[in-house]
Write a protein that binds this ligand. Structure first.
Ligand code: AHM
Ligand code: MG
Length: 335
């Protein structure tokens, strides 16, 4: 059964030459992410044992302090990338500032920076609902041989050379793109191997699922309220179905497979919404566009936004082309 499926390792090697800068560095980087994902997956799967093994802050049997899973995931990704000496800098949703990496044998010779949300939707862990990791990769803009600077991280999403996510769901999947479509790999936990299970993933052009935290309805702008009402109206293919996990990676993943729209608008209480441009919106927007979808802040393409700070937030609308375009129409009416 497994034979006909390519492994992620095989896929990376086969596709290395198709990538425009074929130094092998990007492949090594994806490999490191694959490794860290497996370690985080192991930790996430043990989360239900927390009452037995001890909660965050407790000492475990080896006398080590138990860490919160999001802190642990952050450490695992950063350590794996640092140890392999394949990036020159990392920025994480969990860190205030970016991290400069100076490899042992050469001075800042690596070309890539990684931006990461190590465990997105982590409030879902306590209730055994799926969470995810989101990553985004850029070539540095400052010269090789010098320490990285803030501007290496504040690049437009359009400059991404790769992006992806890991969804720790009923099965664990790694989904990524290096600019030639989106491919999804499912982990066989018994073997510790990812297999290509979802080649060339695409958002259906239209869908029937809308995903938004409707509890905030009263705070939304009129255009978004109108679109929600449109989703709920009776017509040929409506009302649509409402599905909101509260875990961006999982909501996106489902919508990409089935067709749908994810929305985190700005509101009267959150001026720029909640999601972070660099760690969440840009990588998901890159994947969406690679999969025939659309991602915007309601007015602009997400990938066109010039970032001004590491932890910047933006409104986020993303999904099947026809659905996002209809939403844009509703927003434009009130602009
Ligand atoms: P986090 O980075 O603190 O985990 O927050 C991001 C998450 C997304 O995964 C999810 O879609 C959203 O926050 C849910 O927010 P809300 O509870 O406000 O609907
Ligand atoms: Mg997050």
């Amino acid at each position: 059964m497994l034979k006909k499926h390519k492994t992620l390792g095989e896929f990376i090697i086969e596709n290395q030459s198709a990538f425009q800068y074929t130094s092998g560095e990007l492949s090594k980087l994806i490999n490191a992410i694959r490794l860290a994902a497996k370690v985080v997956n192991h930790e996430v799967n043990k989360a239900g044992l927390v009452d037995i093994l001890g909660a965050a802050g407790d000492m475990n049997i080896q006398g080590e302090n138990q860490q919160k899973l999001d802190v642990m995931a952050n450490d695992i990704f950063i350590q794996t990338l640092k140890n392999r000496e394949i990036v020159c800098g990392i920025a994480s949703e969990e860190e205030d500032d970016f991290i400069t990496i100076n490899s042992s044998d050469d001075n800042h010779q690596n070309k890539y920076v990684v931006l990461i949300d190590p465990l997105d939707g982590s409030s879902n862990i306590d209730v055994n609902v799926s969470v995810g990791t989101i990553f985004s990769i850029y070539r540095r803009v400052t010269p090789v041989g010098t320490p990285v600077e803030l501007r290496d991280f504040l690049q437009k999403g359009d400059e991404q050379v790769a992006a992806g996510y890991i969804v720790y769901g009923t099965s664990t999947m790694l989904v990524y793109s290096t600019g030639a479509g989106v491919n999804g790999f499912t982990l066989n936990p018994a073997l510790g191997t990812f297999y290509l299970s979802h080649p060339d993933m695409k958002f259906p052009e239209s869908g029937k699922i809308y995903s938004i935290n409707e509890g905030n309805y009263v705070h939304f702008l009129q255009g978004v309220k109108d679109y929600i009402k449109y989703c709920q109206e009776e017509d040929e293919d409506r009302p649509y179905t409402s599905r909101y996990i509260g875990s961006l990676v999982s909501d996106f993943h489902r919508n990409m497979i089935k067709g749908g729209i994810y929305m985190y608008p700005k509101s009267n209480i959150a001026e720029n919404g909640k999601l972070r441009l660099l760690y969440e919106c840009n990588p998901m927007a890159y994947l969406a566009e690679q999969a025939n979808g659309i991602a915007s802040d309601g007015f602009r393409r997400i990938l066109d936004i010039e970032p001004t700070e590491l932890h910047q937030r933006v409104p986020f609308f993303c999904g099947s082309k026809n659905m996002v375009e209809k939403l844009h129409e509703c927003i434009a009416k009130h602009a």
